[in-house]
Design a protein around this ligand. Sequence first.
Ligand code: BES
Ligand code: MN
Ligand code: MN
Length: 463
Amino acid sequence: MEAIKNYISEHKERFISELIDLLKIPSVSADTAFTQDVLDTADAVKKALTDAGCDAVEICETDGYPIVYAEKIIDSALPTVLVYGHYDVQPADPINLWTSPPFEPVIKKTDKHPEGAIFARGACDDKGQMYMHVKAMEYMVRTNQLPCNVKFMIEGEEEVGSSNLAIFVANHKEKLANDIILISDTGMIANDVPSITTGLRGLSYVEVEVTGPNRDLHSGLYGGAVANPINILTKMIASLHDENNHITIPGFYDNVEELSKEERAEMAKAPFSLENYKNALAIDAVYGESGYTTNERNSIRPTLDVNGIWGGYTGEGAKTVIASKAYAKISMRLVPNQDWKEITDLFKKHFESIAPEGVKVVVKPHHGGQGYVTPINTVGYQAASKAYETTFGKKPIPQRSGGSIPIVALFEKELNSKTILMGFGLDSDAIHSPNEHFGVWNYLKGIETIPYFYQYYTELFKK
Ligand code: BES
Ligand code: MN
Ligand code: MN
């Protein structure tokens, strides 16, 4: 199948310019200012899937942004792969930290990407990675090499919790029936250290509001005599970790799966340089739960982090004021067996219980989802592993990721299928951050690797 390499070198300029066109549409699902752009992106994805040779391409309306569905069924006796991805992106702000505008993609060289990377919001998460599948499909259809049935389901609300997709999946089990789900929305260790993501963390996301006096007060006239909601909120948040950086919410660790010594030793074999890690982030020390390594802290351990905190006066100069209210947004990353709804309840109960007299505390749950771990002794994993071995010349390392794609656990529950996470991004690609980018090499390598997955999966499936 050298043919795929030839096909890529013949068409790569077009592959890149098509992705750039898609990245120009600001499909920010969190911000209603971009509603029309998100809808336009769904149309663009529909057109791309049609051009790639899919049949029955449709825009499926939901109560939110639509899901683009497509399929190519060649023989019901053959296995069916369901490709999932998302066409929505995170907000681009803070815009002033971008070295080029987030929706005007440009190719620039970086240390990790000497052959150039496409800089744009969504380049890696997930338009670029989703589009690899569209181009791999184009190759397989145009050269008559599609070995099995394929379904595509590309949504527009992943970055805001996929709540409408969950409904869609529950209502269309037959339409979505498949043997394996394939997703490229994660990363790998390095371009010369391929890895396959075998786990995702769950998530519970909450917002808290602390109210003190009924109005903002003069901090001299009232200071010291009434509870200051910002003082109280920061104190409450600080108390959520103890001196070992364990989370103090009662019951939080009850269902956490502890890995065996052997499993942890296996994990520790993945190449990792603490020096490079610190240098890349310009920090002089790492920080986290005692008793665990950096790679354990960010994958197999649950965490609690403030994502945003506000209240009071933050404008220019000084204003002497005690705010009436203080707020924070908090995420908890969960590991398998922790139930995200249960954890949300535990948080709410605990946070309300530690509020001192003089303030009112409200906890508002946002979205969340279950974590996921996939076994590696399956036909799907073996096929993916062989595909990487073919195109990277190295066996990929299984690795659990710290990120979350909550819909994956739901796929397993509703559709009874396992998911294979073939991610081609790097942690340094700055997803969700200013200057997000995706290596051109990674993009083309993904397009090259995907058809092998289909071939090996179909072969192994028959046996
Ligand atoms: N693609 C990411 C998740 C990801 C990235 C997993 C890298 C593993 C490695 C996804 O788009 C994402 O950002 N998920 C959110 C959760 C969602 C409910 C908003 C996350 O992890 O914060
Ligand atoms: Mn994503
Ligand atoms: Mn994301």
